[in-house]
Design a protein around this ligand. Structure first.
Ligand code: 2NE
Length: 271
């Protein structure tokens, strides 16, 4: 792997080898949770890879072997509808990255070791293929931490593993190991952690031998009938932003940060 020149990043690593670009979230101290700056950098690298004619496939991964990504960094989740950047502006820019993963015409492979949780699971879900290590664990936490992804995070999960299972994932906030995820069709394959990179690169190399135009059109085809859900995703993102401004949403975040169970008992169950 060689670092891509001319690209300076703080939250990610961006490197390449023989037709493959690799974007790695580099915040292992928080299990690769993303802050707004992280996502800006991932999108910048993804656009660079998209427009580089030498690159045919992109790998999205996390540094450290213990986590792919644990979703939004709850330490910078503010009260004003999103995650605060260094200027204090609130974002839900994970949703922008979700759309860019879908519209990038090159295959994107999630290489998952360890946790793929919350918005991190949604990112791997939206990648075209997922190669998981045997230590991978998947799940959603939204209803526990006062969040939800009622756009692609709900809709594409239901299309991928079925409506009943997707409801189970979101309604119970349990975690699933790599073998369980494989059986549900949530991911493509499971390999021992020490073989994760080798296997992922082998899958990428196989795609590199194939017609880029055929792959490009097929990716668009697989997304076409759910592209209308991009409008739902936009609306759902606005709903999440509003929810983040409520005490109910903030209780989930605060409980996580205070390392205690959330107490939602004071919030009404509306008819
Ligand atoms: C991932 C999980 C289950 C791992 O648990 P464990 O016990 O193995 O690790 P631990 O001790 O929880 O995590 C290690 C360190 O990373 C931090 C922790 O606070 C801890 O820090 P220290 O105590 O060592 O200082 N950490 C982990 N995840 C973090 C996060 N997301 N934000 C900030 N710090 C984090 C466990 O860590 C976990 O459940 N993490 C939270 C997962 C989560 O709820 N993510 C957000 C979901 S909402 C979302 O992603 C989202 C959305 O719904 C809509 C739009 C955009 C984003």
């Amino acid at each position: 792997w060689t670092a891509v020149e001319g690209q300076a990043f703080t939250d990610i690593l961006y490197d390449r080898t023989e037709g493959i670009a690799r974007i790695s979230i580099n915040r292992p101290h928080v299990h690769n949770a993303f802050r707004p700056e992280t996502l800006v950098e991932v999108m910048k690298a993804l656009r660079h890879a998209r427009f580089d004619p030498e690159i045919g496939v992109v790998i999205l991964t996390g540094v450290g072997g213990k986590a792919f990504c644990s979703g939004g960094d709850q330490r910078v989740r503010g009260d004003d509808g999103g995650y605060k950047d260094e200027e204090g502006v609130h974002h839900l820019n994970a949703l922008d990255l979700q759309r860019e993963i879908r519209t990038c015409p090159k295959p994107i492979v999630a290489m998952v070791a360890g946790w793929a949780i919350g918005g991190g699971n949604v990112l791997q879900l939206l990648c075209d293929l997922t190669i998981a290590a045997d230590n991978a664990r998947f799940g959603q936490t939204g209803p526990r931490v006062g969040s939800f992804d009622a756009g692609f995070g709900a809709g594409i999960l239901a299309r991928t593993i079925g409506v009943k299972k997707a409801k189970e994932v979101w309604f119970l906030c349990r975690q699933y190991d790599a073998q369980q995820a494989l059986e549900m069709g949530w991911i493509n394959t499971v390999v021992p952690l020490e073989r994760l990179e080798e296997e992922t690169v082998a899958w990428c190399r196989q795609m590199l031998t194939l017609s880029p135009t055929a792959l490009r059109v097929l990716k668009a085809a697989f997304n076409a009938d759910s592209d209308g859900a991009a409008g739902i995703q936009e609306l759902a993102g606005n709903a999440t932003a509003l929810f983040y401004m409520t005490e109910e949403g903030q209780e989930g975040r605060d409980a996580f940060l205070e390392k205690r169970a959330p107490d939602f008992s004071r919030f009404r169950r509306r008819p």
